[in-house]
Design a protein around this ligand. Sequence first.
Ligand code: NAI
Length: 412
Amino acid sequence: MEAFDIGIIGGGPAGYTTALYYAKQGKTVVLFEKDYVGGTCLNKGCIPTKAFLHIADLYSELKDADKLGVNFENLNIDFDKIKEYKNNVIIKLRKGLELTLKNAGVKVVYCCAEMVTKNKIKTETDEYTCSEIIIATGSKPKEIKGLEYDHKFILSSDDILEIEKLPKNILIIGSGAIGIEWTRILSSFGVEVTIAELADRLCPLADWEVSKRIERQFKMKKIKTYLSASVSEITDKKVTLSDGTILEPECILVAVGREVNKYNNNINAKIIGDASSEIMLAHYAVSQAKELALNIPFNKNIIPSVIYGTPEIAWVGEVSKSKEDDEKYDKSMLLISALGKAHCDNKTDGFIKILAKDGHIKGASIISPEASALIQQITIAISNDLSINDLKKVCFAHPTYSEGIMEGIMAL
Ligand code: NAI
């Protein structure tokens, strides 16, 4: 029986980051993974969708490039090649991660593992003794009654990554991060997208003005949205929505959240990542790993959210649910069209909304190119309790989208 300081079950961002941080401290670490290291994020989530989004954005931009004096004839897409690109991105990153783990001295065991006692992990063939055991077994697409995945007509977010050809049209159930990102990818590729969202606005976790702006952008792209809607019945590929509307999509993508992979934890192990049933985001998992292995705490209320595509959408801290909710704050609203850089880039749609109280930023919502990077500035400010007066002293480079943050701060 091999002995280790740390045993980790699950090789996604939570598991592998914890493994690397512990290994760096000189601890002996064994990591069990039944599939591929990198977990959902690298193999079935963040990375492949962002690879698809990159091509979708490139294609959309080139389609409109004639207005900027760049002409393309016979612009078209080769979906097999796009998928090959996506697969190569995954393989390249996975190989890099495998090498990083190897160089760090982490022993990776590719098989299903089970924690049998506080200090023992069992696989089909071996047993391992570990001073400490961590569970990071992740999550899977949530399945709901009436919309059980058949992986052909009713697809999960795993299935959609592997479709052989683009459908003519698709019904997407749910408008959270997955619903919005796939709407953007598929509609850019010319697929006719319809969304059914249970809440009364798109992307209901976001600020109300973000929802309104996405609704407007989707309307302009002729994406049909049904709000306060769910699926009541499916017969012979005919989908009846709760308001009686009947749709006949070529396929359905169900994106109504994720659920924890069931894990028998009667031993009371430390659980991190999606499996902890906290926030299901790779960067949250990485922060949990830092906290666990390096004792670096983080503020669990200040976790940035990003939805990718054009333009990026991001928020952090408090969000306003309605116009009335806005009244509770000192608010600044900067339109991206006010920025010189936005005009140079021909990307003027969006805004930076900052909510403040008592001289401190409480939250921000951004729709803009580079929103994923811009939100980090606000995240750093809130996490370190920097006052608006402190932030006013910062010099922001020109011409940038960051200037929008500066203008927003100066307006408070
Ligand atoms: P989500 O929880 O973000 O959104 C699910 C949406 O489905 C909600 O708007 C909800 O109101 C709606 N919904 C629920 N039941 C419904 C029903 N029966 N009919 C119609 N609509 C219904 O979950 P999502 O988008 O599936 O993402 C799963 C997880 O993955 C989340 O934690 C998300 O944050 C994460 N993720 C993060 C990304 C990023 O950081 N860019 C990208 C993709 C996913």
